[in-house]
Design a protein around this ligand. Structure first.
Ligand SMILES: Cc1cc2nc3c(=O)[nH]c(=O)nc-3n(C[C@H](O)[C@H](O)[C@H](O)COP(=O)(O)OP(=O)(O)OC[C@H]3O[C@@H](n4cnc5c(N)ncnc54)[C@H](O)[C@@H]3O)c2cc1C
Length: 607
């Protein structure tokens, strides 16, 4: 009886619910319309908590060793007075505190258990199946389509006032914006689930704006190639891809009206401009169209992690880890759509689309990174094969290949971080520390940056958004004498007295990706060499967004704010210009890696 009731509530067939790998383990009592039968006009659920329980039931409980090892034990190392990296534990490299209860000497703030997703293991051994095929197998093992999957609707926010699903409409739209991929995309999965439930065609729309926040041909070129791949993949799935040219507010509502669309689903970014696009579209969509946003970028949806801005890694780490077992599930596949659109679409002319862009073409496209999901997943494969082993030890050494280099694909949504974590955690037995570190960077620090932007929309890229202690100390030292002052041109052309800084700048200009360790050093030096902290932040963001392929990202704003404005960090010993902001030095870098070798590699000089 209970199961039948839940089936009705969630609009699922009793058969699908009773499948052993699809057991509902928790539901709310509210009803779901959007997912109920075709003609339904029931109300949308406020929250419907149906979680894919294959992952809950099959994987069993698993306490990752990195949970205790990185948080436990009496590891409170002393503070490094020069403010250089403290490897002694207690405070981590970026000044986050490990959650350690001084009174009970126990780790605090995290979950005691984490669910291991067991959807088959990835093998990289010689002769094993192709990596991408293994991933596709993993999805298929979950179920054959999202209809059989208990979608966790906490990933969704309903944006429209309308709670009724319009019957007799012509289809469902996924307005793809940030997450530019087909598979491993919760927003597209949700849209397909709606379309399947109501037996409707599914349209994917991307609104291409000719200009976006200083993005140049390096960024647009990468993005368009990724979208070309999306179009091809959707074609094989009988899902129509529509490249609409213009701002979403001008072109999407028109498409929705013309095609008599009943529901629109979009993905999520916490940044001001995309949030405004979403607000504008919400206001302009026909009132009988339901509009839902799905956080397809974060593992734990940004609004679920916390309801406020979190300032410390150890606090948000606890919150994310508590919720990770619920959200770190394997993805079902986006399947061949059985209700294709009847309107015939011309394929996009990608060449002329690129020609028509009104963007700066002086920043060359990069060749090392192949755009699109296939290129990104190949990069993930390479990382697991060749670098994961040394990630913990060497990721902060710019002369070593140890980072994943995945940030461009994450930024454009070509690869889901959740897919990377599902993959990387399968190597936990072999590379325990590296897996710990990767999860800490790609989940905790990345999702903290998302949190920071989401709850600080007007100030995430301004010193007004820095912690009070940092604002005060920077004000106190605003009048300090600067030995060097460089103009934007000098910085951009890598013409400073510091050859390491120049090499980092050249790396960014040439390759579209500066090494993570150097980004910290690079931004801090800009604080030292510009007339004020405000100018420093402005220049760092300008250069970062112009040259790094992963620029214009919450991570970039948080990174610049961390380096210059003390965001997510603590205070250090006071010194000129920096005040109590953490300092990094050329000499400390020399102890870390082969600085002369790195400088030589980029042909950098000191001016
Ligand atoms: C001044 C400054 C500017 C930065 N600008 C950007 C930017 O524009 N875009 C961007 O994605 N990242 C930025 N970062 C964060 C970080 O340096 C990059 O994410 C990382 O170097 C990307 O390389 P990777 O993918 O090889 O990283 P890996 O070390 O392989 O890490 C994997 C993933 O973890 C996440 N991650 C790693 N380090 C951080 C961090 N410090 N904060 C948040 N998330 C992190 C990223 O998503 C990254 O792709 C910046 C950091 C600083 C200090």
């Amino acid at each position: 009886m209970r199961v039948t009731l839940q089936c009705l509530v969630l609009g699922l067939s009793a058969k699908s619910v009773l499948q052993p790998n699809n057991i509902l383990y928790r539901t709310s009592s509210s009803s779901s319309t959007f997912l109920s039968s075709k003609k339904s006009t029931l109300a949308l659920p406020k929250t419907s908590i149906a979680v894919s329980s294959r992952n809950m039931s099959e994987g069993g409980s698993w306490t990752p060793s990195w949970y205790k090892d990185s948080w436990g034990g009496n590891q409170r190392g002393g503070r490094n007075q020069r403010g250089a990296h403290n490897r002694g534990g207690g405070r981590n490299q970026r000044g986050g505190y490990k959650p350690y209860n001084q009174r009970t000497h126990q780790p605090t703030g995290g979950p005691s258990k984490m669910t291991k997703v067991d959807s088959g293991s990835i093998s990289l051994a010689a002769g094993s199946k192709d990596f991408l095929e293994q991933i596709a197998d993993q999805r298929r093992r979950v179920c054959s389509s999202v209809m059989e999957f208990n979608f966790n609707e906490r990933r969704c926010r309903k944006l429209s006032v309308n709670r009724e699903f319009k019957p007799d409409c012509g289809g469902i739209v996924y307005w793809m914006s940030r997450d530019q991929r087909v598979q491993d995309n919760w927003a597209l999965l949700y849209a397909q689930r709606l379309a399947l439930t109501h037996q409707l065609p599914l349209y994917v729309c991307f609104c291409l704006v000719p200009k976006f926040l200083e993005a140049n041909i390096r960024h647009y070129g990468f993005m368009l190639k990724g979208l070309e791949e999306v179009e091809k993949e959707l074609q094989t799935l009988d899902i129509s891809f529509n490249l609409l040219t213009g701002y979403a507010v001008d072109v999407l509502p028109q498409f929705v009206s013309e095609m008599n669309i009943g529901g629109v689903v979009t993905d999520f970014s916490p940044l001001r401009t995309p949030l405004k696009w979403v607000r504008d579209v919400t206001a302009k969509l026909p009132r009988d169209v339901t509009f839902v946003q799905v956080d397809a970028h974060n593992i734990v949806p940004c609004w679920e992690t916390s309801d406020k801005q979190e300032h410390r890694a150890y606090i948000i780490r606890g919150k994310i880890m508590d919720k990770l077992p619920t959200y770190l599930t394997e993805f079902p596949p986006v399947c061949k759509h059985p209700h294709p659109s009847t309107s015939k679409l011309q394929p996009v002319d990608w060449v002329s689309t690129k020609v028509s862009l009104q963007v700066d073409r002086t920043v060359a496209e990069v060749t090392w990174a192949t755009p699109g999901s296939v290129g990104g997943l190949r990069q993930l494969e390479l990382f697991c094969r060749e670098r994961l082993e040394v990630y913990a030890a060497d990721r902060n050494k710019p002369d070593h290949k140890a980072q994943s280099d995945l940030s461009p694909w994450y930024h454009f949504g070509h690869v889901s971080v959740q897919r990377s974590i599902l993959t990387v955690q399968q190597f936990e037995d072999r590379y325990k520390q590296s897996v710990e570190k990767y999860i800490d960077e790609a989940v905790i620090w990345r999702e903290m940056a998302e949190n920071s932007a989401f709850y600080n929309p007007d100030k995430y890229d301004s010193l007004l958004g820095a912690p009070d202690w940092a604002q005060k100390t920077l004000r106190d030292h605003a009048g300090d004498k600067r030995q060097y002052i460089y103009s934007r041109e000098q910085l951009e052309q890598a013409r400073t007295h510091d050859d390491l800084w120049n090499a980092a700048q050249i790396q960014m200009v040439r390759e579209g990706k500066m090494h993570g360790f150097l980004r910290m050093y690079w931004a801090k030096m800009i604080l030292e060499w510009t007339p004020s902290p405000e100018v420093a932040l402005q220049e760092a963001i300008y250069l970062n967004d112009k040259y790094n392929l992963d620029g214009r990202d919450p991570n970039g704003y948080a990174g610049c704010m961390w380096a210059i404005g003390g965001l997510h960090d603590r205070d250090f010993q006071e010194r000129p210009i920096y005040g109590k902001i953490r300092f990094m030095s050329y000499f400390a870098s020399k102890r870390k890696f082969d600085v002369p070798g790195f400088v030589k590699r980029y042909g950098a000089k000191a001016y």
